[in-house]
Design a protein around this ligand. Structure first.
Ligand SMILES: *[C@@H]1O[C@H](CO)[C@@H](O)[C@H](O)[C@H]1NC(C)=O
Ligand SMILES: *[C@@H]1O[C@H](CO)[C@@H](O)[C@H](O)[C@H]1NC(C)=O
Ligand SMILES: *[C@@H]1O[C@H](CO)[C@@H](O)[C@H](O)[C@H]1NC(C)=O
Ligand SMILES: *[C@@H]1O[C@H](CO)[C@@H](O)[C@H](O)[C@H]1NC(C)=O
Length: 192
């Protein structure tokens, strides 16, 4: 039992490492909404298509007053008869995060967006906030293929002000010839 589980685990890991460009994550929809027009105005929040497997995310919003006290509530969902909570659900203090980079999952997201956003500074945030042509997505953990949703609610002074929700599809492994070979040869060696 233990033996077969570890073989499965190892071949899964190799499939993941070996698949290279065979897996992809494609953002399929972006929905941003303001809960309080007098603080947050969403100018646009949209995807641009690059190819069959790639889109980029573009967001432009204005904060009409400074935000000094920001909580970010992030939650990932996976589709299975509707979207169900999956893997992550956490709330962080964004102002503290920008000072200390103290949350591992937020740090993964931060590393992906830091070059293409206007948010690389500490609180307060005011005026136009942008995410421009964000498409460099990396998934640092193995995910099963499927449809996902990343829900982010932004709270100022403890109250929800706006949401940025991104739908994406993850395809784990298209099994091109090279990765199929790599995976079966390793499993074979372990079985012997
Ligand atoms: C909406 O935004 C205004 C600032 O423009 C703020 O004074 C008010 O408290 C906010 N309302 C809520 C419910 O957060
Ligand atoms: C973002 O929206 C603001 C307000 O509509 C506009 O002035 C600004 O030019 C926009 N920036 C970009 C890069 O689209
Ligand atoms: C961000 O920019 C730096 C320096 O230009 C570069 O080394 C890094 O790979 C970029 N990161 C991403 C996620 O694009
Ligand atoms: C973010 O800002 C810091 C401090 O101004 C700077 O050292 C760093 O290079 C910036 N990072 C990016 C990705 O722009």
């Amino acid at each position: 039992m233990h033996h077969s589980v570890s073989i499965f685990g190892i071949s899964f890991l190799v499939a993941y490492l070996g698949c290279g460009e065979a897996h992809f994550l494609k953002m399929t929809n972006a929905v941003c909404k303001s809960y309080n027009q007098s603080w947050v105005v969403v100018h646009y929040c949209r995807l641009k298509a690059y190819s069959r497997t790639k889109t980029s995310l573009n967001i432009n919003i204005t904060l009409s007053e400074p935000a000094n006290n920001i909580l970010v509530h992030a939650k990932t969902m996976k589709r299975a008869n509707g979207y169900k909570p999956f893997l992550f659900d956490f709330t962080i203090d964004a102002c503290e995060f920008m000072r200390r980079r103290n949350h591992p999952v937020a740090k993964i997201i931060w590393n992906m967006i830091k070059n293409v956003s206007t948010i690389n500074h500490t609180c307060p945030y005011e005026g136009v906030q942008m995410l421009s042509d964000f498409h460099h997505v990396e998934v640092p953990i193995p995910l099963p293929s499927g449809d996902y949703l990343l829900l982010i609610d932004w709270l100022f002074d403890g109250k929800p002000q706006f949401a940025t929700n991104v739908y994406f599809t993850f395809v784990e492994d298209l099994l091109p010839t090279s990765s199929k070979h790599r995976r079966s040869s390793l499993s074979f060696r372990i079985d012997v």
